[in-house]
Design a protein around this ligand. Structure first.
Ligand code: SAH
Length: 235
């Protein structure tokens, strides 16, 4: 029997218009679209991917949401991924075209990366349809030129070390910090100690809850949310 294929589809950061034509066409061509979701602390289901998908011209009956436990126990999340991968492989074996959605770009800090590796080992290398990463959309949303000329850019997740931050400052690199809440304990005192640097803090780019500020005081007054990005530029 002819086998199907599995595609990793980037949805962009939140604003439905920021999906690429290629990714949208991949969704249209897919027989089944897998969409990750989690349960928030309030017990409600949450899915950024679903929030974006439902604003796109995509047949809703093709969408299957799968739940990832947000627990810190990685084994639980991996077990959830394993189950979904088996389902996808069964469908692909039957000849279906399966899409796995990811917010932003599917190959940029995407948690689906574990699934891509597993599917690839099972004989289904996942082709990725590129997308706009959130930090690029964040810059554009306020007309920020993230790096110019020969400036250097470092993108890191929030679990930073003070040394890493200081090294970037000394080398005059621009820092893009993802998953900001991971670094609260380091980032808050760093911002207080370094008023000479330029900061751009973004939340929920491309959604109705979008927020941006350059004021260190305002940044410090925020409860950092998962969907936030901090850009630190040399003065
Ligand atoms: N694949 C995504 C990144 C996933 S990692 C991309 O290409 O952008 C999740 C992190 O991405 C979040 O912690 C946050 O730092 C960032 N992020 C994703 N979407 C965002 C949005 N709409 N607004 C602000 N930050 C976002």
């Amino acid at each position: 029997m002819m086998k199907g294929k599995i595609i990793g589809v980037s949805l962009g950061p939140g604003e439905p218009e920021l999906i690429t034509l290629k990714a949208l066409r991949a969704l249209e061509a897919a027989d089944v679209i897998y969409c990750p979701a989690t349960y928030g602390a309030d017990g409600k289901e949450k899915s950024r991917a679903w929030d974006i998908l439902r604003q796109l011209p995509v047949d809703g009956t093709k969408i299957r949401t799968f739940y990832l436990p947000m627990s810190r126990k990685r084994e639980e999340a991996l077990a959830a991924y394993d189950g979904v991968c088996e389902e996808m492989l069964r469908l692909a074996e039957m000849g279906s075209t399966v899409a796995i959605t990811a917010e932003g770009d599917a190959g940029f800090y995407s948690s689906a990366n574990y699934m891509y590796e597993k599917l690839s080992r099972a004989g289904y290398p996942v082709n990725l349809a590129a997308g706009v990463p959130a930090f690029i959309a964040a810059g554009a949303s306020v007309g920020l030129h993230i790096v110019k000329g020969r400036e250097r850019l470092v993108v890191i997740p929030g679990d930073v070390l003070v040394e890493e931050l200081l090294e970037a400052v000394v080398a005059k690199r621009t820092l893009v910090i993802m998953k900001v809440p991971l670094g609260e304990a380091i980032l808050r005192p760093f911002i207080v100690r370094h008023p000479e640097l330029k900061y751009h803090y973004f939340e929920q780019v491309g959604t109705p809850d979008e927020y941006h500020t350059t004021s260190p005081e305002k940044i410090l007054s925020r409860d950092f949310t998962y969907f936030s990005i901090l850009v630190i530029q040399p003065s």
